[in-house]
Design a protein around this ligand. Structure first.
Ligand SMILES: NC(=O)c1ccc[n+]([C@@H]2O[C@H](COP(=O)([O-])OP(=O)(O)OC[C@H]3O[C@@H](n4cnc5c(N)ncnc54)[C@H](O)[C@@H]3O)[C@@H](O)[C@H]2O)c1
Length: 296
């Protein structure tokens, strides 16, 4: 397998395109917006420059990686001769169902259709196509060129053959694939998000402050960053929407999102992307400054 397409040139899509192209795949990068494609290619170029500066790859590797990526704003042309498509468009159920219908219509019959969704059911996405046995989750982690894990999610109808192929493709990218089944949050977010939510509840109940909670988890559990800082990195809106998926999917009160998380999202305090969450990010991401609301 060498001919692949990536749908969505945002944070994840450009990272996925970068890694596939770096490991010799011919990549069609597709987005509805030409501006997103331009930004995506600029980000890939910047990240390749960083790899060259660190002597992880040569300048020739950078050029050949970029030469393997073509951009498209038309989905039908971008997927028509592909063996694998990785969908990494905006996290929205209706949008993804619509993209999968189009992919099913325009990609060759044998093409595997995968999604990088963080929380939407693979089985539901697969049901929008005429080939549910060839639909699978490929959940890359952010930033894609750096993070080793790919969570491989089998939908209800995903075949063994497709799963094995995708495990091998992931290994060819020097990633470590882990196979899991399709239940709300899969494994990564089912465990991570309740931990982040519990950190927010701990803050909300006044058990400790932002820095204290993050310090306990960093120095006590050897986490590279505390759960509140991580929530700011991920985006509080994303954390809330994944907690809602867990809450709806399991119908269990332990997954109820913390009211403070709901309030912050309603107030537009989304973390780094809005400039403020548990920390204030207006000065950059190097020094941690607790947001005014949480200063003692
Ligand atoms: N950001 C993360 O840390 C992260 C981690 C793992 C998985 N994910 C998942 O990856 C997917 C993408 O997330 P992201 O953070 O890269 O989002 P993003 O907002 O950075 O990028 C989404 C891109 O999709 C494009 N798009 C929207 N509709 C489209 C369509 N119909 N056809 C083609 N392109 C379209 C947008 O123009 C945008 O460029 C989501 O499913 C998300 O849940 C995100």
């Amino acid at each position: 397998m060498k001919q692949i397409a990536v749908i969505g040139a945002g944070t994840m899509g450009n990272g996925i395109a970068h890694v596939f192209a770096q490991f010799g795949y011919d990549v069609n990068l597709i987005d509805i917006a030409q501006a997103s494609l331009d930004r995506g290619i600029a980000t890939i170029t910047k990240n390749l420059d960083r790899q060259v500066a660190k002597e992880r790859i040569t300048a020739d590797d950078k050029d050949s990686t970029l030469s393997r990526i073509s951009t498209f704003t038309d989905l039908a042309s971008g997927v028509k001769d592909r063996e694998l498509v990785v969908e990494a468009a905006t996290e929205n159920v209706d949008l993804k169902l619509n993209i999968f219908k189009q992919m099913d219509e325009h990609a060759p019959e044998g093409c595997i259709l995968s999604t990088n969704t963080s929380s939407i059911s693979i089985t539901k996405i697969a049901a929008a196509t005429s080939r549910p046995d060839k639909v699978i989750g490929m959940h890359f982690m952010n930033p894609v060129p750096v993070m080793k894990l790919v969570e491989i999610i089998r939908g209800y109808a995903t075949s063994d053959e497709v799963t094995n192929t995708i495990m091998e493709v992931s290994k060819s990218l020097k990633k470590v694939p882990v196979e899991v089944n399709d239940y709300p949050g899969f494994v990564a977010n089912r465990i991570l998000m309740p931990m982040i939510n519990e950190a927010i509840i701990t803050l909300h109940e006044g058990v400790a402050g932002v820095e204290e909670i993050d310090t306990v988890m960093k120095l006590g559990m050897a986490h590279p960053m505390g759960p509140l800082q991580l929530a700011d990195f991920i985006g509080l809106d994303v954390c809330l929407s994944i907690m809602n998926v867990l809450h709806d999917g399991f119908g269990n009160g332990k997954y109820a999102p913390c009211p403070l998380l709901v309030n912050m999202v309603t107030a537009g305090k989304l973390g780094i992307k809005s400039g403020e969450g548990f920390y204030s990010w207006s000065h950059g991401t190097k020094d941690l400054v607790v947001a005014d609301n949480f200063k003692k």
